[in-house]
Design a protein around this ligand. Structure first.
Ligand SMILES: [Zn+2]
Length: 192
């Protein structure tokens, strides 16, 4: 393992630690309760992306809405991906969804060529549509995947800074159909 990475328990921004990004998913918590799981990033760039996520998106959101941020999914190493694949309707595409950060596969290739990092989160007591609109208008996000006002949404930072907005149609726990939308259309009204 490389040693030139921060301690996993070190602060990442004003409100989080790196550990929060690796330990927030239900699947991680379940595995920790039954024998453990290694979900520690190896690549310095993955840590830098987590710092950027905190600095450019999560910390400003926390300050603006003045309410707790609940992360529901963050960094996903190979062991967590494997476990998630065994859940019903695993909503993961590890080569595209940016939850793998800048980690490398066994043969040395980027597991997700988009790099950066993604998190799924909601703000306690605030509509996710309100939060997503604020993120779209005020932060340098890369990609944002929105489900509904009452569910966490997915947002990434990354070198491409695509500002891509995708509405995911479907039911919680079921399959989803992605539909790209424009900033103006998204901000006009909550997606039906
Ligand atoms: Zn996600």
């Amino acid at each position: 393992m490389k040693t030139n990475v921060p301690d996993i328990d070190a602060p990442c921004g004003d409100y989080f630690t790196f550990h929060d990004f690796v330990a927030c998913s239900d699947t991680y918590k379940r595995l920790m309760a039954s024998g453990g799981i290694d979900n520690v990033p190896r690549e310095p760039e993955t840590y830098q992306s987590m710092q950027r996520m905190a600095r450019d998106i999560l910390d400003p959101v926390r300050r603006h809405f003045d309410s707790e941020i609940i992360l529901t999914y963050g960094f996903s190493g190979p062991s967590l991906v494997k476990a998630l694949r065994q859940t019903p309707y695993p909503n993961i595409t590890q080569d595209r969804d940016q939850h793998a950060g800048s980690e490398l596969s066994r043969n040395g290739n980027l597991r997700c060529k988009r790099r950066g990092i993604a998190v799924d989160f909601y703000v306690a007591g605030i509509s996710s549509w309100d939060v997503a609109c604020w993120v779209i208008e005020n932060t340098p996000f890369d990609r944002l995947y929105f489900y509904s006002a009452h569910r966490p949404f997915h947002v990434s930072v990354g070198p491409e800074e695509n500002r891509e907005i995708v509405v995911m149609r479907g039911y919680r726990g079921g399959p989803h159909t992605p539909a790209r939308t424009s900033k103006s259309r998204f901000l006009a009204e909550p997606p039906a």
